[in-house]
Every structure is written in C-alpha cells, then in structure tokens.
Design a binder for this molecule. Sequence first.
Ligand SMILES: [Zn+2]
Length: 213
Amino acid sequence: MDIKCPKCGKSGRIADSSIPAEGRNLKCPECAQIFTVTRQAPTQDASDTQKSKALNMIEDARDRIKRAEIGKAEAECEIDKILNTEIPQTKKHINDCQISLSKSQVQLEEAILCLQTANDLETKKSLLRTIDICKKNVALLSDSKIKLDNVLLAQNQALETYKETSIKYTSVISASTETINRLSNASIVNSNIGVTDISTPDDSVKKKLEATP
Ligand SMILES: [Zn+2]
C-alpha cells in the first residue's frame, strides 16, 4: 500500500503483509515524524458481504427471541394454570375423597360392631347388606384416591417440565440478545473496519520505510 508522512508529505510504499492487524507505528526518514499505518479496509464488496451476513445473523437472533418469547409466555401460562387452577382442584378432590373414605370406613366399623350384638335375623341381614355396601364404597373410594394422587403427581411433573421450558427460553433470549449486542457493536456493522490498537514501532518495518525512496 502507499503511505505518506502526515507532516512533510514524503510518500513511499509498504507491503500490506508487513502491517500486523493491530497496525504499526513508522518513523518518517525525512522529518522523523512518527505516525501510524493500518491495513487498508477490505474492498467494498467483501465489506458489504460481511455486513449483510452480520445483519442476517442479527435478524435470525431477533427471530429466535420472538419465538422464545412466545414459547416462554405459553409455558408461563401453563404454569399459572397448573399452579393456580389444576393442582388446587385436584387437592380439593383428594380431600373430598379422603373425607368420604373415612366416613365409609367408620360406617363399616359400626355395622360390624352392631352385627356382633344383633339378635334377630332381619337386623343381621340388614347389617350384612350395609357391610357389603360399605366395603364396596371403601374399595371404590380407595381406588379413586389412588387415581387422584397419580393425577396430582402428573400435574407436578408437568409443572416442572414447563418451568424447565421457561428457563430454556429465558437462556435463548439472553444468548440471542448477547449475539445482537455483539454484532451491533462490531465494526463491520458500523461500516468502519477500524484498527485501533497500535503496536510499538517495529525496526525492520521502519528500516523498510526509510529505504523506500
Ligand atoms: Zn516526514
């Protein structure tokens, strides 16, 4: 690339390959001015391609955020429904079932006790029918309670799954937001392929410049 001393205007040439990515300080052989040279920006085409690539990545990240936000809102809606409606309902049903079961068990025990002291046949027959009915009720209610316990277990499991889903979407949102911030701050997106960090002058490059007529 062509270089020119910013103080005295002396010009010369230097190989692009001798300039590191972070730039180089050079000393003018004419006026001893120290100045910085940086690599020339990539051609406009390459720069445009990189820029549109970066913009596409930003667009993709925005889409991911949008989808994740929808997914997260849905998961949170489910969490709310399970936590505030389904689980309390199931717990109420379990409680009702437990109360009925206890009543049937008491009735059964009472009938059994009465049977032991009953004298006439009709009373005995009647008590045996009651015992039979109570046994059936106890069996049915016990079965219902087991089923309701399983429903509650499944609801708690679903709750955990939705919580995990919500956390997963939250991390997608934060990772995508980070990507957008990183790309938005990247020099390529801001059009300037800037080289800002300047190394100390390198003697071999300095001599090269001084040797250039
Ligand atoms: Zn000069």
